[in-house]
Design a protein. Sequence first.
Length: 464
Amino acid sequence: MLKKKGWFTLLSMVLMLSVVLAGCGGNNNAANSNTGGNAKPANSANDSKETKELTFMFRGGPDEQTAYKNVVKKFEADHPNVKVKVVVTAADQYATKLKAAITGKSVPDVFYFESGDLKAYVNSGVLLDLTSYVEKNENIKLDNIWKYGVDLYRYDGTMAGQGNMYGMPKDVGPFALGYNKTMFEKAGIPLPDKDKPYTWDEFIKVAQQLTIDKDGDGKLDQFGAGFNVNWTLQSFVWSNGADWLDSTKTKVTIDDPKFAEALQFFADMQNKYKITPSTEQAQTLDTYQRWMKGEMAFFPVGPWDMSTYETLPFDYDLIPYPAGSTGKSATWTGSLGIGASAKSKHPEEAVELINYLTASKEGMDALVKAKVQIPNLIDMATEWAADTTTKPANKEEFLQVVNEYGRVLPGHYTYNAEWYNLFFTDIQPVIDGKVTAADYLKSEQPKMQKLLDKAVEQEAKSKQ
């Protein structure tokens, strides 16, 4: 997969830094000590008649940009004493502009950030502690927001996932498997079971039936699948009982035979089973384009795709990923957090904007109707998934990913993701069948471990 929309594009460099620079974040010494510990609830933001200006910087595809700008306008209408300067930054500029923002002490009042950056931003004083602002706001019901998403932005100074809240989930992004329902029906192949994943063998057999030369010119023009290794290898590794890290999150475990089996299977889809375009074929027409044209049977789908996929020339739906030796499907659930600058001049208003974007029925309803994400509010999500009149029909699969079999990406657990990024840097020879999975993993493990050791050291120093 070479192209995805929405926040997923942000991950194209694998968990790279994603908070962005704003023109004015505000710096004054009085704000420095306001970490939310004794703050008034966020709904006191309208008590003053003074006009207060916030900067909100974010990124996203065209549909997401429009949706969020519209929600900000609604926020301003409901909060007449608050004006929000919206600044949109391209995804590939996030890391650079964030570094400049931190160095220049001009962090935006409200901004997106990656859960994997939580520890570093808290330890360096970038993020405002939102805990009391959120907990004292009677309009926010944390038990009606995905626990997975809320916990991603908790940190107690030692462990992420617990303690105070330094962000609210912009969304949770379950990465499900889509399939071309029209293609199955035309081929007379039984539709996949939405409640039971294919085994790897079953998946290959079905995909081979749907990999064909439609026009008889001797070249394949319809394929079974087209998976990008950066975003779908996780499913095969996890469902085969392997992982990138051990339970302590300090040891790289890719030298596990089960990991090698999963990576080799992934590569074999191109080189042995021929169900996915080769590297050369993908250069002519990438897998995302082939899926959009109706030339691919299976392709990953995120909630951020729903608005774009409204115009697909075929019917599609969602199913679990094929299961390895564990017999259970696996995939990842991403998220972006929305945080506030610890040095914002207007912390209460900043948190009120965050809450409006992430936890209010008004804001969430507008974003969901724009078809750029699933609802953060559980009761709203349940009702949304039950509506089979909107595509995809099996939206329930998204909720099952969040509730049952989705996982956070490995880079979330560590102080930085350099060790994890390295894994994908030189992996192409494996995908092309020039290097075996076992040989690659054997050589890569010590290099990744060295970078992980450095990350552990950096985390320890940041707490001193």
